[in-house]
Write a protein that binds this ligand. Structure first.
Ligand SMILES: Nc1ncnc2c1ncn2[C@@H]1O[C@H](COP(=O)(O)OP(=O)(O)OP(=O)(O)O)[C@@H](O)[C@H]1O
Ligand SMILES: [Mg+2]
Length: 234
């Protein structure tokens, strides 16, 4: 993956299925591949990248979407890539205008080689716009039926708005047979199968993507395969 698209949006209608984890790890992997990369927290209602990546969120994308701050002010440097974080809370959410995301992503497209957009859960204008702005949409799902169903619905919505689905990232896989079920139910190629791995939440507790904090962990190896690059520690 990579090279044929600049803006990747990681999304699914369902919550808690690995969207932010995948976005953060993609950011770290593209960054480590010498591509100027930014990860945008477009989960406007419940932004979580600041906790995944232990970075500050003041000012944030919310301030930019409220028309109060320029993009430059809100960008935060992380290790090897930049982050455009969001601010949790009702006050920040109430002030945003999602229509402003288009020019924001347009600016980032000009500045960065790769823009990774972390989408929020649900299907609404707020989650469809990030799909429309993407060159490639990546679906995130766990192997359970409800999650795969939500990914399938998300893929249909993406198709309806002419967004291009690159594939799905299946997280918390415990058994390869689960992937056959995903293939049967979801009309999108499996881009990565990431095993359930405690190294993922442990890395998040350290404020780092697992590909950085524990590059040899099984989940990290699966993510590195997604980026077409093997960990140097292998
Ligand atoms: N491969 C994995 N192994 C174990 N735990 C994982 C794995 N991938 C993600 N998790 C955990 O699952 C939880 C949900 O992941 P994440 O926050 O990435 O999902 P999300 O889809 O972004 O959620 P939300 O919809 O709330 O934004 C997190 O606690 C994360 O640590
Ligand atoms: Mg998330």
């Amino acid at each position: 993956m990579g090279g044929d698209g600049r803006v990747y949006t990681v999304t699914s209608a369902k919550g808690g299925v690995g969207k932010s984890t995948t976005a953060a790890n993609l950011g770290a992997m593209f960054g480590a591949s010498n591509r100027e990369t930014v990860v945008v927290d477009a989960d406007l209602a419940t932004p979580a990248l600041t906790s995944h990546l232990d970075c500050s969120s003041s000012p944030s994308l919310h301030d930019v979407l409220a028309g109060e701050t320029e993009v430059d002010e809100a960008l935060v440097e992380h290790v090897g890539f930049d982050v455009l974080p969001g601010t949790p809370g009702a006050a920040a959410f109430a002030g945003v205008d999602i229509a402003r995301l288009r020019p924001v992503v347009g600016t980032l497209r000009e500045r960065y080689d790769v823009v990774v957009v972390d989408g929020g859960p649900g299907l609404s204008h707020d989650t469809v716009v990030p799909m429309q702005l993407a060159d490639r949409v990546l679906l995130a799902t766990t192997p359970d039926e409800a999650s795969v169903e939500a990914a399938a619905t998300t893929a249909e919505v993406a198709e309806r708005v002419d967004a291009r689905v690159e594939g799905c990232v299946v997280v918390k896989v415990t058994d390869r047979d689960q992937l056959d079920d995903v293939r049967r139910r979801l009309d999108a190629p499996i881009a990565a199968a990431v095993p359930r791995d405690d190294a993922v939440p442990r890395s998040q507790d350290l404020g780092k993507p697992v590909v950085v904090a524990a590059p040899s962990a099984p989940a990290a190896k699966a993510y590195w395969a997604l980026a077409g690059r093997r960990p140097e520690t292998d």
